[in-house]
Design a protein around this ligand. Structure first.
Ligand SMILES: Cc1cc2nc3c(=O)[nH]c(=O)nc-3n(C[C@H](O)[C@H](O)[C@H](O)COP(=O)(O)OP(=O)(O)OC[C@H]3O[C@@H](n4cnc5c(N)ncnc54)[C@H](O)[C@@H]3O)c2cc1C
Length: 506
């Protein structure tokens, strides 16, 4: 068999999961000694990307351990690993120790990723596989028919038959005009730049009120910040609180079969209004009574009052608004695929924020900490943020909202990762977009074949060129979850290895 090279750009959760799955399946196919794998990682360590590279104790997983396994088809692997190494890891398990519903620090998860990588890297080498972990940034790619040349920041180049982009979650370059100001932090990560530059007594403004904003808050709270902390966001909504053991709920209305019935009877894709009507039916079936949808967002209550209510709702087993999105876990991406582009854009515009706060809830541990910060008067949440400007004269940021404005010296942008390719702060992503090697998708991310994870150029799947994770955030709803990405890695590995085998039988 002719030797084949696979290159994975990005040694984070997706890159590691893919490397291990490829090694396993190539070993089982008996062709691992004819295939070499290059993993290009710009950080000094693998497994320490944006999500799992943090060292902050307050940055915890927002997903239960039993869904965080890095091996394909084994979501419980991480939770089993925790039980196996209980003595060593116990200090990093922040809730439900010894259970599948355990929550741990994200730094422990990064260590788990590294440990898995180190074990299988060594095993694969022992098994005679050629492997290269290249510590550099990939800054460019050239496509030569069906093979690729990757340009590196150190001037070197890697030739490859197969190329996979596992670049993680580039921070956004929104508010780029504020970058020149020294007390502006364009993302909550790495936390070191915030801790080294923000005096503990000073008031701090945080743009956003989602999980990213909570990360910034925990960084400050973990390090004894005393000054006032204020979230500024469009809707002032915090993520809701995760139900630890949600009761199983079988959906009756918002189902793949009902969406397919619309396709079959109307010969078109379902509309957002139809999906929302099915959600209303489902929610009222769940509660057994009519819901006052006008007040469902509870905007008449303060963020603190809403949080207290959400903690109580979660402790009582949840409600329709959080339990149904969670019950949709394994169907939401296939359902998303049944919508056309116009419907997906409408959903993001109309329901995007409500979906986010109900579907990506915060763990109870964080909710209780935030409640304390509200009680102490340190935390405030402001809605209807209208504008952010810089006052040169008194060197402050001016945040305008509700016909008012606040001036503050320290500002953290925690509005979350960029969805659109143009807003992604990544030299490689911008190069790939400029050269047409990736094509932006209107709903975010890039055009991709959602079955094989091959990139799409001019409507066609590109041979031997794939992407994983956040880059596919427009067409795949759950790329912000390891369990989902690991599933797509199974499909990608299967497709890629079949290609290698079919090319060698020709
Ligand atoms: C703050 C945060 C918290 C999250 N928490 C959770 C959670 O609790 N549970 C969950 O399931 N999901 C969580 N996610 C979602 C998470 O992003 C996905 O789960 C994803 O699977 C992470 O893996 P990844 O490989 O895509 O990204 P990462 O793990 O970030 O890895 C990407 C890697 O690519 C490298 N890289 C990028 N560009 C280049 C380049 N040009 N050259 C070389 N190397 C490069 C980076 O250095 C990084 O190591 C979180 C995301 C964020 C941002």
């Amino acid at each position: 068999m002719k030797s084949t090279n696979i290159t994975i750009i990005g040694g984070g959760a997706c890159g590691i999961s893919l490397f291990i799955e490829l090694f396993l399946q190539l070993r089982i196919a008996g062709i691992h000694q004819d295939v070499s794998i290059h993993i290009i990682e710009e950080n000094q360590q693998v497994g320490k990307g944006l999500a799992f590279g943090t060292r902050q104790p307050g940055h915890i997983l927002n997903t239960q351990a039993q869904l965080m396994g890095i091996h394909h088809a084994e979501p419980e692997h991480f939770s089993d690993w925790l039980k196996e190494h209980n003595k060593r890891v116990a200090p990093e398990v922040v809730d439900n120790q010894g259970q599948g519903e355990a929550f741990t620090t994200r730094r422990l998860y990064g260590d788990y990723l590294q440990e898995q990588f180190d074990y299988y890297f060594e095993l694969a080498q022992k098994e005679g596989m050629q492997l290269n972990l290249v510590k550099a940034s990939a800054v460019g790619v050239t496509q030569l028919n069906n093979s690729y040349k990757v340009q590196l920041s150190d001037g070197n180049e890697i030739s490859s038959d197969y190329l996979v982009l596992a670049l993680g979650t580039p921070v956004s370059n929104l508010y780029g005009e504020l970058l020149e100001h020294k007390n502006y932090f364009d993302s909550p990560w790495p936390s070191s730049k915030i801790l080294e530059n923000v005096p503990r007594e000073e008031p701090v403004a945080i743009l956003g009120s989602s999980l990213s904003a909570i990360d910034a808050l925990m960084t400050l709270a973990d390090n004894g910040h005393k000054g006032k902390i204020t979230f500024y966001s469009l809707d002032g909504l915090l993520p809701k609180v995760q139900v630890e053991k949600p009761e199983a709920y079988e959906r009756q209305y918002l189902t793949i079969s009902n969406l397919h019935k619309i396709q079959r009877t109307k010969l078109r894709s379902p509309m957002v209004s139809e999906v929302f009507r099915l959600f209303i039916k489902e929610a009222e079936h769940f509660t057994g009574e009519k819901i006052d949808w006008k007040n469902a967002a509870r905007l008449d209550k303060t963020p603190h009052e809403r949080l207290k209510e959400d903690i109580a709702i979660s402790q009582a087993g949840g409600d329709a608004l959080i339990n149904i999105p969670y019950a949709l876990r394994y169907d939401s991406s296939p359902m998303w695929n049944m919508l056309d582009e116009a419907a997906r854009l409408k959903f993001k515009k109309w329901l995007g924020n409500y979906w986010a706060v109900n579907r990506h809830c915060m763990p109870m541990v964080n909710a209780l900490r935030i409640e304390k910060l509200f009680n102490s008067g340190q935390l405030h949440v402001v809605s209807e943020l209208d504008d952010v400007a810089y006052d040169q004269e008194d060197k402050t940021f001016v945040l305008s909202y509700q016909d008012k404005s606040d001036k503050v010296e320290y500002l953290i942008n925690a509005t979350g990762p960029a969805s659109a390719v143009k807003d992604m702060k990544s030299e490689l992503v911008q190069h790939l977009a400029k050269t047409g090697l990736i094509e932006p998708e209107k709903t975010g991310g890039v055009k991709i074949n959602t079955e094989t994870m091959q990139l799409i150029q001019q409507g066609k799947s590109v041979p031997n060129f794939y992407a994983l994770g956040h880059l596919a955030n427009g067409l795949l709803l759950d790329v912000n979850a390891v369990w989902f990405n690991v599933k797509t890695i199974g499909n990608l590995s299967h497709h890629l290895i079949n290609n290698i085998l079919s090319e060698n039988t020709l």
